[in-house]
Design a protein around this ligand. Structure first.
Ligand code: FES
Ligand code: FES
Length: 163
């Protein structure tokens, strides 16, 4: 009989209580227990960044954390960003600036960008590229990803100042 542990957390604002095996990685909890499959698994070895989510506001590779370690925290996944049918400015930026091709890396890129823009609302290109250091993309060459984040930074600033 396998041992399970209770966990209580909030995911995209919704309280969740589940019983999970202590060895279950957070990424598999999100994908397989909660069916939030926007968080991708690219490598399973903490290299690619496809699995990035926010844990208490901090960007974390969810393949590096056990679900039981997330007990008591607030998790935000890519599914938590849009406001109904209205895309989050970072999602809009990726769409408008063609910041994706196959889209596999995109959820992780967007969650990493969200942490960056929350900490630094006006990053320069070098700062954006540095923030994306742990997120691999096999398709875009990163150029349009940078443009997408610059687009989002501008839009988010406008929203703050309402102009
Ligand atoms: S799947 Fe987590 S870093 Fe690649
Ligand atoms: S868009 Fe294909 S891996 Fe980034």
């Amino acid at each position: 009989m396998s041992m399970v542990s209770p966990i209580h957390l909030k995911v995209n604002g919704q309280p969740r209580s589940d019983e999970v095996e202590p060895r279950l990685l957070l990424v598999y909890y999100l994908r397989e227990v909660l069916n939030l499959t926007g968080t991708h698994v690219g490598c399973d070895t903490s290299s690619c960044g496809a699995c990035v989510v926010l844990v208490d506001g901090k960007a974390v590779k969810s393949c590096t954390m056990l679900a039981v370690q997330a007990d008591g925290s607030e998790i935000t996944t890519i599914e938590g960003l849009a406001n109904g049918s209205e895309l989050h400015p970072i999602q809009e930026g990726f769409k408008e600036q063609h910041g994706l091709q196959c889209g596999f890396c995109t959820p992780g890129m967007i969650m990493t960008a969200l942490q960056l823009l929350e900490r630094n609302p006006d990053p320069n290109e070098a700062e954006i590229r540095e923030a994306l250091d742990g997120n691999y993309c096999r398709c875009t060459g990163y150029h349009n990803v940078v443009k997408a984040i610059q687009y989002a930074a501008k839009k988010m600033k406008k929203e703050v100042f309402h102009d």
